[in-house]
Design a protein around this ligand. Structure first.
Ligand code: ZN
Length: 341
């Protein structure tokens, strides 16, 4: 009960990538980079195991979207365009789709195999969701957003099947764009997600947050008013989807907690750690978030989690937050356990 997990990324060691930034450049190249990615994945696993958590920490990719795109044919990384992403919330330098998309080779099999070989815990692996991919790339070939999303979904599906074969237990698709284009989620977003998850026998998850703790996101959140009700528009459709788990942001958020009740039947990865705050939550605060959520989601279906990835965060701070998450879940587990006696 109340097993912990994280939304995805952990900060990378300073010898692997430039610290405290998104899209951080690698510090090494060639064979040395491959070896450093392997070492960092092992370290991330150990830190997580000690806190009862279970991913590869995304140590081998520069960014959760572009890390996937780097091994796809039909994308020109030299043709970079500055584009407003997440409905122009911030500018990103993105590559361009210039031809039919094809997976050149396994994208994340390398780090999934390392992680699988070195942990006996349940292992989760994250991939970008099709809508978020389409929102983080320029298109000079397909000319149609939905066609492009479906093309990516097919590639993501191939990759997901390969990861499942390696022994990954949960495959999570990251869809922060779902909170931005809420109308499109029901029009085609979930259909694209279903295509990405087609035929998978392992558990599937979708992560929908309000973004990394970077200034553009913090400013955006400040503009969303006293109550953030984006989830209200998309949860009913997600509740009837074929995805098993939904990862949501609840710590330090103005999301009315009762909206979780709209995810009837789903497992909820409950964001109980704020990735936009440099203050480490107390175990008591984490337990309080869990207890509030348990009024709307059966505790058997709750998985305490972080709000989002922690890639751009200070590394020691992120580790302290992992420890707090684990301690808070243990506290809540003890309380629920004694209630059930
Ligand atoms: Zn996120």
């Amino acid at each position: 009960m109340l097993e912990t997990t994280i939304a995805g990324s952990l900060p990378k060691p300073a010898w692997l990538a430039k610290p405290r930034m998104l899209w951080a450049p690698w510090q090494l190249e060639g064979e040395a980079l491959v070896e450093a990615k392997r070492d960092a994945t092992l370290l991330a696993l150990k830190e997580q195991e000690d806190a009862g958590i279970d991913t590869d920490g995304e140590q081998a990719r520069q960014h959760f979207v572009h890390g996937f795109l780097e091994n796809i044919k039909g994308i020109d990384f030299t043709r970079r365009v500055t584009m407003g992403i997440r409905n122009n919330r911030y500018n990103a330098e993105v590559p361009t789709v210039t031809g039919p998309l094809r997976r050149k080779q396994s994208v994340h099999g390398f780090e999934a195999e390392i992680a699988r070989a070195h942990t006996r815990r349940r292992l989760k692996f994250t991939l970008p969701g099709p809508m978020t991919v389409v929102d983080t790339i320029a298109d000079a070939h397909y000319g149609d957003k939905i066609a492009l999303a479906m093309a990516f979904a097919a590639l993501l599906n191939d990759e997901a099947h390969e990861l499942a074969k390696i022994g990954v237990d949960v495959i999570q698709f990251d869809e922060p764009a779902f909170n931005v284009y809420v109308k499109e989620v029901t029009e085609w977003g979930i259909a694209a997600l279903h295509r990405a998850a087609e035929g998978l026998l392992c558990k599937t998850a979708v992560h929908i947050c309000y973004g990394y703790g970077i200034k553009a996101n913090i400013d955006w959140k400040a503009s969303l008013g006293a109550e953030w009700r984006q989830y209200e528009a998309i949860f009913p459709a997600l509740a009837t989807s074929r995805i098993d788990q939904v990862s949501v942001e609840c710590a330090g958020a103005k999301v009315p907690i009762d909206l979780l009740g709209l995810l009837r039947g789903k497992e909820v990865l409950l964001g109980a750690i704020d990735v936009a705050s440099e203050r480490v939550e107390t175990p008591e605060e984490v337990a309080a978030t869990i207890e509030q959520a348990s009024r709307f989601v059966p505790v058997e279906r709750l998985y305490p989690c972080t709000n989002c990835g922690m890639a751009p965060m200070d590394r020691s701070l992120a580790i302290s937050k992992l420890v707090a998450l684990s301690a808070g879940a243990a506290l809540a587990r003890g309380r629920f356990g004694s209630q059930h006696r």
